[in-house]
Design a binder for this molecule. Structure first.
Ligand code: PMT
Length: 415
């Protein structure tokens, strides 16, 4: 983050507009970002000016638009290196397949790609392209390449496209992008604060499970739950910021891999169990935050089950209990579980703690819609074997994760 940033939301966003039909949404995006107190400057590729005029972008951003690497007048006012240093975040929206490929390769053949290469700012892309281009293996590997270098990828959405095709590739709506940017600005400040704290988990091997599991009934149907993975991903991100080496075993979610965290994607509970067993190695702290489906169909139908009958029975069998397996190991890590309860919170959570032989359990009350499952915030009661209870009042999942990890440090790791 640059020195002169004045408040958590007065971040400087350099919006890069590349040449796709979704460029017409960029004017609205500028407006949405400014409503959220971001300071916005715009850089456009030549191709994007065929879809929206620089004049429009200048009017909405209230700043001159940057177009050309070799424009002497613009360079005299604010040189491209100065502009690259000015930005706290570079947001490329829309990011075409062409621009994504260039950035991934480190090409600098226009002002936008040059600025990306010359800047230390967090890079965010909002891809927009035809669905076939989005699923092309070259695009997939370019996006993956950027992700691995720390780029955040917003979207794309799926639906009907300008060309008439239907599928994934529509640019995420400006309002959604602006909200994600706000969230990013908040977490980047929290992360900086964390980094300035002592690295209390330095070098600790941590494994976290997150998200739901998905249990197939037939090729199209499944059993799952509403877990978004946000709580588990927040724990992984904060643990990594506190110096831990984190392996995140994740069910299917719609979240970006946190920086520095090794993510192992899985689908079913059986796969989650196998992946935990494969990577548990010298794990010193295990946190089971996943909402593992308790039951799975005994048989997965090979073909789609026909709707011939009024009633349909699916015979289920219990899934393996992953956290109990971890806690039963001879050389076991510190084992922390979660319990999502809608009533008798402490009583039910303590029963789980003792049945599964856990060291701690984090009980969350899921009777309120804005807390727990698939929400931004959570409220937790941390319970231990002695029955001691610590209340973490409602806060962002990132803050809750920080408090849980500090609690674990105080109770088990401090020398
Ligand atoms: O993902 P989010 O939308 O952010 O929501 C977060 C959450 C509400 C899912 C999370 O905070 C949470 O509470 N997760 C645990 C959900 C739950 O109630 O799990 P459980 O009661 O089924 O299991 C208790 C513990 O055993 C958990 O640590 C679970 O990961 C573990 N378990 C359960 C079953 C199983 N087969 N294997 C397990 O390891």
């Amino acid at each position: 983050m640059s020195e002169n940033t004045t408040s958590s939301q007065k971040l400087r966003v350099l919006l890069g507009v590349s040449g796709g039909i979704a460029a017409y949404k960029s004017a609205d995006l500028v407006r949405r970002l400014k409503e959220r107190d971001f300071i916005v400057r715009v850089v456009m590729t030549e191709a994007s000016t065929h879809f929206i005029t620089p004049m429009t972008m200048q009017a909405v951003s209230a700043n001159p638009v940057h177009l050309d690497l070799f424009d002497q007048e613009a360079e005299a006012a604010m040189g491209h290196i100065e502009l690259a240093k000015w930005a706290d975040i570079i947001l490329v929206a829309p990011a075409t397949a062409n621009t994504i490929a260039k950035i991934n390769q480190g090409l600098a053949d226009n002002l936008l790609t040059t600025l990306v290469l010359a800047s230390k700012a967090q890079l965010v892309i909002a891809p927009a392209m035809n669905q076939q281009m989005w699923t092309n293996t070259t695009t997939i590997s370019n996006v993956e390449g950027l992700r691995q270098k720390g780029t955040l990828v917003f979207g794309p959405d799926a639906g009907e496209q300008a060309c008439g095709d239907v599928g994934a590739g529509r640019m995420m709506e400006p309002l959604m992008i602006a909200d994600e940017m706000l969230r990013l600005s908040a977490t980047s400040f929290e992360r900086q604060e964390l980094r300035e704290n002592k690295l209390i988990l330095n070098g600790l091997n941590v494994m976290i499970t997150a998200g739901p599991t998905v249990e197939a009934i037939d090729p199209v149907r499944f059993i799952s739950n509403h877990s978004s993975g946000k709580m588990g991903y927040a724990l992984a991100e904060v643990a990594s910021d506190l110096g831990a080496m984190v392996t995140l075993v994740s069910g299917p979610v719609n979240l970006c891999a946190p920086n520095g965290v090794s993510v192992k994607p899985v689908t079913s509970a059986k796969e989650m169990m196998a992946t935990v067993q494969q990577h548990i190695g010298n794990c010193e702290l295990f946190i089971g935050c996943a909402a593992v489906a308790d039951y799975t169909p005994i048989k997965v139908a090979k073909h789609k089950i026909k709707k011939n009958e009024e009633n349909m029975n699916v015979e289920l069998v219990k899934n393996p209990d992953i956290i109990s397996w971890v806690a039963a190991q001879k050389q076991r890590p510190i084992v922390v579980g979660f319990a999502a309860e809608s009533q008798n919170l402490s009583e039910f959570a303590i029963n789980k703690l003792s049945k599964k032989k856990l060291d701690l359990i984090c009980a969350n009350n899921i009777s309120q819609e804005e807390l727990g499952f698939n929400s931004e915030n959570n409220e937790i009661f941390i319970l231990d074997k002695s029955g001691k209870e610590v209340h973490l009042p409602a806060a962002s999942k990132s803050n809750i994760a920080k408090s849980i990890l500090e609690h674990i440090y105080q109770q088990f790791l401090i020398k």
